[in-house]
Ligand binder design. Structure first.
Ligand SMILES: Cc1ncc(COP(=O)(O)O)c(C=O)c1O
Length: 414
């Protein structure tokens, strides 16, 4: 038998093992000042491409004003308790009604955290007789929800409809015996690669298989589709999404999430979803802040137009400069490079210290060994000058990476 703490001290996890050398720089960096394309990192202004503030709402004057007023009017304590017991308000219900209208769904349940909402909704929707079929590149919150599932689950290759069909055949055979149901789960926009889930093709499979579709559209809500209603709207299949999840943590630049669906399904979630029944409801300033943000998103298409102007310039410029940005068809912009983890850290150090560009890096174990992703998130408040400067800087660091200038045995000293 071993002491639990001894075991943990010996194996601190794939990223945690580098905590001592990387903390405060490569991990847990502190970006200071108002949320904007330019923020302070370690005392210097940096051009920042790492925040999911897609529409630039975080620091919009009307948003800041309503956030401040709601905090002054209600404080962050209110309401106290879970929605079902003592935490319900007219504002919560107003936001749910407005989200339903926007999503084109009958009803919506607000959730106190996006991640928890996904985990808990999956847990709540299925029982041991049911089968879950989900995309292999699903976000951790989907994986964790599936982990709670007591019945069978099948994973299909990322965005591979033939693979999905095969798994649906397995699932269909099982539910015939258990008399259960099938739930298919995908993301609307995959947050790492930026490619959209093939919602249109998945919905078309409903002609052949009996299943319900749950879409995590964390990166699509507010961003995709003519009215910003998300990836279902973008692909013309919003009605084919049976359960829609959106978060407030990205285009809304807030915190919390929501699930929209048929009235009776949402009512079922309201009365059965453990993460909401047994946890405090969203504080009023967040709810009132979300109502304002939603109003801006729905009435001012300019935010999305500006976001797409920057997105298109960034992605076409990177491609023209010879970069591999994969198959993204959303604002999420991954730049795929090859190199070791020490090389990646030297490259990031150069980018931050000599070019004053701050972006996220993704390395093993999130991606295969030897792959480095620099992940850029364009927003409506970036400029075309920001785009050009960044592409130029990327070309320079790419030259250094290719000529071995960043090679090292250990991660960069900071
Ligand atoms: C696809 C996806 N789903 C869910 C979440 C969790 O959302 P939240 O930050 O609101 O908990 C995220 C956030 O990273 C995400 O990218």
């Amino acid at each position: 038998m071993r002491d639990l703490f001894d075991k943990i001290k010996e194996n601190r996890g794939p990223i945690g093992q580098h905590a001592k050398e990387s903390h405060g720089y490569f991990t847990f960096p502190k970006l200071e000042g108002p949320i904007a394309p330019r923020m302070i990192f370690r005392g210097k202004e940096r051009l920042n491409w790492s925040l999911n503030n897609y529409l630039g709402l975080a620091n919009h004057p009307e948003v800041r004003a309503i956030d401040a007023k709601a905090a002054a009017d209600y404080g962050f304590s209110s309401p106290m308790g879970a929605r079902m017991m003592s935490g319900n308000t007219n504002h919560h219900e107003q936001l749910e009604a407005e989200l339903s209208e926007w999503m084109g769904k009958e009803d919506t349940i607000l959730c106190n955290f996006g991640y928890q909402a996904m985990v808990s909704a999956i847990d709540c929707l299925v029982n041991r007789h049911d089968v879950i079929v989900y995309d292999a590149e699903s976000h951790a919150c989907i994986i964790d929800g599936v982990r709670l599932h007591m019945g069978k689950r099948f994973v299909y290759s990322h965005n591979d409809i033939a693979s999905l069909e095969k798994q649906l055949e397995h699932a269909a055979r099982i539910v015939e015996n258990t008399e259960g149901s099938i739930l298919v789960i995908t993301e609307g926009v995959f947050g790492m690669s930026g490619n959209q889930g093939k919602l249109k093709e998945i919905v078309a499979l409903k002609n052949k298989f009996n299943f319900r579709l749950f879409v995590d559209d964390a990166h699509g809500a507010g961003v995709m589709g003519k009215t910003g209603a998300g990836t279902g709207e973008e692909q013309g299949v919003q009605d084919g999404i049976d359960i829609y999840f959106g978060t407030f943590a990205k285009s809304f630049a807030l915190i919390g999430g929501y699930i929209s669906s048929d009235e009776q399904i949402v009512e079922y979630l309201r009365y059965n979803m453990r993460s909401q029944i047994f946890a405090k409801s969203l504080p009023l300033p967040l709810v009132i802040g979300a109502i304002k943000r939603l109003e801006l998103m729905r009435t001012e298409p300019k935010f999305r137009e500006d976001l797409w102007k920057i997105t298109n310039a960034l992605q076409s410029g990177l491609k023209a400069a010879g970069f591999n940005i994969g198959k993204t068809n959303s604002p999420v912009t991954p730049v795929y490079l090859n190199g070791s983890i020490p090389e990646a850290t030297n490259l990031i150090l150069d980018l931050r210290e000599n070019f004053n560009i701050f972006c996220s890096m993704v390395v093993y174990p999130v991606v295969p060994k030897g792959v480095i992703i620099l992940r850029l998130i364009p927003t409506a408040v970036h400029t075309l000058e920001d785009v050009n400067y960044t592409i130029d800087a990327f070309s320079k660091i790419y030259g250094k990476l290719a000529s071995g200038k960043y090679q090292a045995d250990k991660i960069a000293a900071i």
